[in-house]
Ligand binder design. Structure first.
Ligand code: ATP
Ligand code: MG
Length: 248
C-alpha cells in the first residue's frame, strides 16, 4: 500500500528563479510529518504546490492514489487536503462560529457542518466559550487555534499547517504542539511546516530538512534530533559525537 501523499521531484520557479528545485517526500496515513528548514528554503512554496495554490513546474503529487499536481485548490480540498497558510488569516469582522462555518463550506464537508462544529468546539473549548465574538478580538494564539479549527471544518484527510507557532509566546507554543500531537489520534494526517525545529521533531513521526529548494536530510524525529548537522544548524546544540550526515 502506498503512502497517503507522495511528492516526487517537485520544482517551482518564481519569475524564472527556482525556489523549489527537487523536493520529494511522503506522508503516510495517520502520520505527523515535519518539513523544516531555514527562511527561504522553499517550505511554503512546496506546500502551496501540494495544496493547489501554486502550479508546479515539474514533479508529481499523488494523493490517495490520484495525481493532483496542477489541480486547483477547490479540487484538492474536495479530495481531502486542507492548507492552513502562514499568518492565520481569520476573518476579523466575523464571529468565531461564522469563521468555522466558512471552513466547512466545501461540498465534501457541508452536510456534516453542525456535527463537525461540535467536534471542533470539543477540541478547542476556548473557541466554544467565545463562539459569538468577533475573531478579531482573539489573541494571536487563539487566532492560530481558530485557523487550525477552520481547517479541520473541511474534514481533511491531510491537514497542512504552515508555521503555526510563528509569533506565539513560548507557553502557547507548547500548548499548540500538544494540540497538534493530539490530532494524530483523530484520523487526520498532518504535514507540519515549522521553524521551531526542536518541538516539531519531538512530535513528528518523521521529518524532512529542506535546504535551498531540495531535501537535504530525512529521518525519524529522534534520528534527526541526534543528527550532527541538524543539531548544529537548527538546534543550537553541541554535536553528540554520532557520525555526521552532512548535506551537500
Ligand atoms: N511570491 C513570490 N515571488 C517571488 N519569490 C518568492 C515568492 N514567494 C517566495 N519567493 C522566494 O522563494 C524562495 C522560497 O520561499 P518560501 O516562502 O517557499 O520559503 P520558506 O521556506 O517558506 O521560508 P520562510 O521560513 O521564511 O517562510 C525564497 O527565496 C523566496 O524569496
Ligand atoms: Mg514559509
Amino acid at each position: 500500500m502506498g503512502a497517503l501523499l507522495t511528492v516526487e521531484g517537485l520544482a517551482h520557479a518564481y519569475a524564472g528563479a527556482l525556489a523549489v528545485r527537487d523536493v520529494s517526500f511522503t506522508v503516510g496515513e495517520g502520520e505527523v510529518v515535519a518539513l523544516v528548514g531555514a527562511n527561504g528554503a522553499g517550505k511554503s512554496t512546496s506546500v502551496k504546490c501540494v495544496a493547489g495554490a501554486l502550479r508546479p513546474a515539474r514533479g508529481s503529487i499523488r494523493f490517495a492514489g490520484t495525481e493532483i499536481a496542477g489541480h486547483p485548490v477547490h479540487e484538492v480540498v474536495e479530495r481531502g487536503i486542507t492548507l492552513v497558510p502562514e499568518g492565520r488569516l481569520v476573518f476579523p469582522q466575523m464571529t468565531i462560529e461564522d469563521n468555522l462555518l466558512v471552513g466547512g463550506w466545501a461540498p465534501r464537508a457541508r452536510g456534516a457542518r453542525s456535527a463537525r462544529l461540535d467536534e471542533v468546539f470539543a477540541i478547542f473549548p476556548r473557541l466554544a466559550e467565545r463562539r459569538g465574538q468577533f475573531a478579531g478580538s482573539l489573541s494571536g494564539g487563539e487566532q492560530q487555534m481558530l485557523a487550525i479549527a477552520r481547517g479541520l471544518m473541511s474534514g481533511p484527510r491531510l491537514i497542512i499547517l504552515d508555521e503555526p507557532s510563528l509569533g506565539l509566546m513560548p507557553k502557547l507554543v507548547r500548548e499548540l504542539f500538544v494540540l497538534i500531537a493530539s490530532l494524530r489520534g483523530r484520523g487526520v494526517s498532518i504535514l507540519l511546516v515549522e521553524q521551531n525545529v526542536h518541538q516539531s521533531l519531538k512530535i513528528a513521526d518523521r521529518a524532512y530538512v529542506l535546504e535551498k529548494g531540495s531535501i537535504a536530510l530525512s529521518g525519524t524525529g529522534p534520528e534527526l534530533i541526534g543528527n550532527d548537522f541538524v543539531r548544529a544548524a537548527f538546534l543550537g546544540l553541541d554535536q553528540p559525537g554520532s557520525s555526521a550526515s552532512v548535506p551537500r
